[in-house]
Ligand binder design. Structure first.
Ligand code: LLP
Length: 401
């Protein structure tokens, strides 16, 4: 039982609250599912990159999947061992590649032939050998929202099997590259197992065909993507997920790397926002709150559903409302057409499933400072990011006037 009202009074709103014990339980459940195989869970830092969150996973033994050098630095700062850090992404700058090689992370996940040549050149310049994996695009439809689907040739991610093979041969013959892994990630919020199994089969076959030409990989990186319940979705159980993957790896001695983000943090997080007032335009009723699309973008960007619970002392019949924020965009809403009781100034709304891709996708649009973040652990609350002030927002400009 989380005391949302007390938290809102103490830390003010809008506010993100994360249940660290829930994150631990999710981590342990997934780790357990892969037992019996060498495995690394590399937390996808993009899902929630607060340093204390990353440190929490570091404490559980997690690695990190990073998509910018900034995330790599966060992971290192939070105490994740370099040999458990992966650096992915379709567009890495030279500086990022250089720093990743110098940081001696587990591997750079390469997403194109051009990038492979860049990594080789930079490694050569440093007199180093860069460990790499190649992100394969298995051309599988993951049956998720098109914006978070990544495993089709239509998407910008990874390379097709034929190109990947050429790239492995190039890497094997290079003095400056060491191909150690293979990677795929077909999408996020996956709720069907078949596309994952199919992708794993294609990639496992690729590993076998590489063995035949004397290229021995060590890491089989299955990406992230495990879906969670936002509303009434049927999700994949960790055990079934692990079994489906492991079933494709018969006869292969590989360490499985899994990059969960949403699964670990989404339902650990709550976004608290206070009611400013209600208004009515014709037939339409709005609840105007102090949180907005700059705090939680998912409803505006993906039309994503987040359950909203109203904490109010008055009893009344629920009616259909839109919950909207103060930002100057019609797309600024947290929910549309949901049933909520009558609400008064300062009543609290708890937006659920906000622990993944919530705070991290926030912005300062409309010169709104980003929310504070609070961790709950062993029944205790603590601040893990203070609220941004106006001074914070202008700090990088005011001396340049
Ligand atoms: N690994 C790679 C290579 C990825 O691209 C991603 C997510 C993950 C792992 C973690 O996926 P997860 O386990 O969290 O599904 N902003 C969107 C989600 C974008 C996901 C991008 N990549 C959202 O709010 O739904």
């Amino acid at each position: 039982m989380i005391h949302f009202r007390e938290l809102a009074n103490e830390y003010k709103t809008p506010l993100y609250v994360y249940d660290f014990d829930y994150m631990s339980a999710q981590y342990e459940a997934l780790k357990e599912a892969f037992k019996g195989r060498k495995s690394i869970l590399a937390y996808a830092v993009k899902a929630n990159s607060n340093l204390s969150v990353v440190k929490h996973f570091a404490g559980l033994g997690s690695g990190a999947d990073c998509v910018s050098i900034g995330e790599v630095r966060r992971a290192l700062l939070a105490g994740i061992a370099p040999y458990k850090i992966i650096f992915s992404g379709v567009g890495k700058s030279d500086d990022e590649i250089r720093e990743a090689i110098e940081s001696d992370i587990l591997y750079i996940n390469v997403e194109s032939e051009a990038e492979l040549l860049r990594v080789e050149l930079i490694a050569k310049g440093l007199g180093a050998i860069s460990r790499i994996s190649i992100r394969v695009n298995p051309n599988i439809d993951p049956k998720t929202h098109p914006y978070i689907s990544t495993g089709l040739h239509d998407n910008k991610f990874g390379v097709d099997i034929q190109s990947a093979k050429r790239m492995y041969i190039l890497a094997k013959n290079s003095e400056y590259l060491d191909p150690v892994g293979i990677h795929f990630h077909i999408g996020s919020q996956l709720t069907e197992l078949d596309p994952i199994r199919e992708a794993a089969e294609i990639v496992a076959d690729m590993v076998r065909s590489l063995q035949a030409i004397d290229i021995e990989l060590k890491f089989f990186d299955i990406g992230g993507g495990l879906g969670v319940v936002y509303n009434d979705e049927t999700t994949i159980a960790p055990y079934d997920y692990a079994q489906a993957i492991l079933g494709t790896l018969k006869g292969l001695d590989l360490t499985v790397i899994c990059e969960p983000g949403r699964f670990l943090t989404a339902n650990a997080g709550y976004f608290l926002t206070k009611v400013l007032y209600e208004k009515q335009n014709g037939e339409k009723k709005f609840v105007v709150v102090d949180g907005a699309m700059n705090d939680l973008l998912r409803p505006s960007l993906y039309n994503a559903y987040h359950k909203i619970e109203a904490l109010t002392s008055k009893e009344s019949e629920p009616r259909a409302v839109d919950v909207v924020g103060p930002v100057c965009e019609s797309g600024d809403f947290l929910a549309k057409n949901i049933m909520l009781p009558e609400l008064e100034h300062n009543d609290l709304l708890v937006v659920h499933s906000a622990g993944a891709y919530g705070f991290g996708m926030g912005s300062n649009y409309n010169t709104r400072g980003r929310s504070a973040e609070v961790a709950l652990e062993n029944g205790k609350a603590r601040l893990i990011r203070r609220r941004e002030s106006f001074e914070d927002l202008i700090a990088l400009e005011k001396d340049l006037l």
